[in-house]
Design a protein around this ligand. Sequence first.
Ligand code: GLN
Length: 261
Amino acid sequence: MSGEAAIVVDVLYPDLLNLYGDRGNARALVRRCEARGIDAAVRRVDIGDEWDDAGCDIVLVGGGQDREQRRVEADLLRRGGQLRDWRDSGGVALAVCGGYQLFGRSYRGIDGEIMEGVGVFDMVTVHPGPSVSRCVGNVAALWEGETLVGFENHGGRSYLNAGQAALAEVVAGFGNNGGDGSEGARVGNCFGTYLHGAVLPNNPRLADRLISLALERRGGDGALAPLDDEAESRAHAEALHTALHRSEQGRLRSALQALRG
Ligand code: GLN
């Protein structure tokens, strides 16, 4: 990196909320910036730190088990106003799984206790308890005419309130709740998703969207030079194949069970 950082990525609680390599999202953003000659830096925001939102371009928060979510809950809540202002002023954010749940209004965890969220997204999440299967597996979802792929593993089911837009439409997998076909949420330039993978290395177009929105917010035109995404495209295609194949197998299994009566 040379000169002053042009894109600053702030990762909230990188040690506590980092399931399935969610920290790779920051690396993907930096790599895609630097490959285009755009300087980029990653900063961490831990419990007790002040968040310098004025110096930030993209906020990332990853997934975590209920225990870790509980550990960050109070600290995240005190940032609620700052994060909602961030959303309302066009700030760019990507929240994944456990972080996504806490960016909603509330999460009733596996133990039945409610965790209050920051309300960036107008949704509530409910864990049906330890006796109900988790939403686990490969996901494919439609996003703006393209596919998003990733891996999900969550017990909580998220329900978007009326007026809250989903990020994508589930093609294979569970997404928000395994029932209404929605995956993730979007308000302004804030994106929420259940997809791990990490999601950005496998979905370079989503990564570029975040970068481009951040550059626009800085007054640029957001135009990005294309990159050689051969490896990323291959990873995306493989994840898509796995997700579709698994869901087809599931459908066949259910059809056979139904036939056997
Ligand atoms: N603890 C949450 C759940 O089980 C989130 C899990 C995750 O981030 N993968 O729903």
